[in-house]
Design a protein. Structure first.
Length: 363
């Protein structure tokens, strides 16, 4: 026993003489990015520990900040700063782009992970005008693609939202195929789907480019969804406002009594009038925590529209009378004089404020 106690004393003395080696700092948490008139303001929480949970003096930590595009190509916007905020002044932007910002913490013992410390994505660009119509029906090789700009992003797992004109799934031992809502015997029709894995966790989103509601009077969003009896996989539709806040407007499952496409009702976007918004489709599925009732099945969406609602009237004209006709490309650009043979979206507006949208080929 005496020898054992002596050994403990030696070990304690060694621990004092040789303290634990310091490790690299953890990645900054709470990284946010907000678009302001002065630029994009990035903020984060100060780093106070290393990856081994040893305390770190925050006064000994410096930071590098990077702007990252959708492909994670990085541009350094601040270096060796001691503050926990900085402003990135963006130059002129053309088209649609998404950026997020990454903060790297540095101490004398190393740098934080190159795979953490990101802000949420922010989108920039003028935005598509109303009506915004997404049919997921642009041909792309052997498959289909969205008509407009969208960005897929995974927070966890490897299963994404995807686009196709046909989807097979096993309906409790019966082969079943899902096709786009507007499919005909002669033409295929694309749609968006999320098919969760039964083996691995998934958290995924699909975010549109900007949609400009600057001139909107009564904007609404609607969409179609494919019902599958007892499907317990939930999906969310969020509206990302001009400050980057994602606000949930739909949280549902596509469960129904039968198999088939159904249309949602109009969902008001009045709170976002005057803004540039983005639509974010989201779903997460965790097999080990899945509901005990119902079943795992794909979520399928189609024909997403942002347009004027029905209660915008024009006085002195019969309610059902067409008062204007406009033409748009699939990505929402207005066409004053569409060319013969051009595929366009024809929008007829009535005195009651309704808008009838249809795909036509100019004759």
């Amino acid at each position: 026993m005496k020898h054992y106690l002596h050994s403990l004393g030696v070990l304690s003395a060694l621990a004092v003489a040789f303290p634990a080696l310091a490790a690299e700092p953890v990645a900054p948490s709470g990284v946010t990015a907000a678009s302001t008139e002065a630029g994009v303001v990035i903020t984060w929480q100060p780093v106070t520990e290393d990856v081994d949970e040893n305390p770190v003096d925050p006064d000994e930590v410096i930071y590098d900040v990077y702007r990252c595009d959708a492909d994670d190509v990085k541009t350094k916007v601040a270096e060796d700063i001691v503050e926990t905020t900085c402003t990135d002044v963006l130059g002129e932007i053309t088209g649609e782009v998404f950026y997020r910002w990454q903060v790297i913490a540095k101490t004398a013992d190393g740098s934080s992970s190159a795979y953490e410390g990101y802000s949420p994505l922010l989108g920039f660009g003028d935005g598509a005008s109303l009506p915004y119509i997404e049919t997921f029906n642009t041909e792309s090789g052997w498959s289909m693609a969205p008509d407009n700009y969208w960005l897929a992003e995974n927070a966890e797992g490897w299963t994404d939202f995807d686009v196709d004109s046909e989807l097979y799934f096993d309906d409790n031992g019966t082969d079943r195929y899902i096709y786009g809502e507007d499919r005909t015997p002669d033409t295929a029709d694309g749609f968006l789907y999320f098919e969760p894995s039964k083996w691995s966790d998934t958290d995924t989103s699909f975010t549109s480019g900007a949609i400009n509601l600057a001139q909107a009077v009564n904007p609404v969003i609607s969409y179609s969804y494919y019902t599958i009896p007892e499907c317990h996989v939930a999906y969310q539709i969020r509206i990302v406002d001009e400050h980057g806040n994602a606000n949930e407007v739909v949280n549902a499952t596509p469960a129904g009594d039968t198999f088939g496409w159904k249309k949602s009702g109009d969902i008001s976007l009045e709170a976002y009038k005057g803004q540039k918004i983005r639509i974010q489709l989201h779903s997460a599925y965790y097999p080990d925590n899945a509901p005990s009732t119902g079943r795992r099945a794909p979520v399928c969406l189609d024909n997403i529209k942002v347009e004027e609602g029905e209660n915008v009237g024009i006085p002195g004209i019969e309610a059902g009378e067409t008062v204007s006709t406009e033409y748009f490309t699939a990505d929402g650009r207005r066409v004053a004089n569409p060319a013969k043979g051009q595929l366009v979206i024809k929008v007829e507006r009535t005195a009651a404020g309704t808008a009838r949208a249809s795909k036509v080929i100019v004759r």
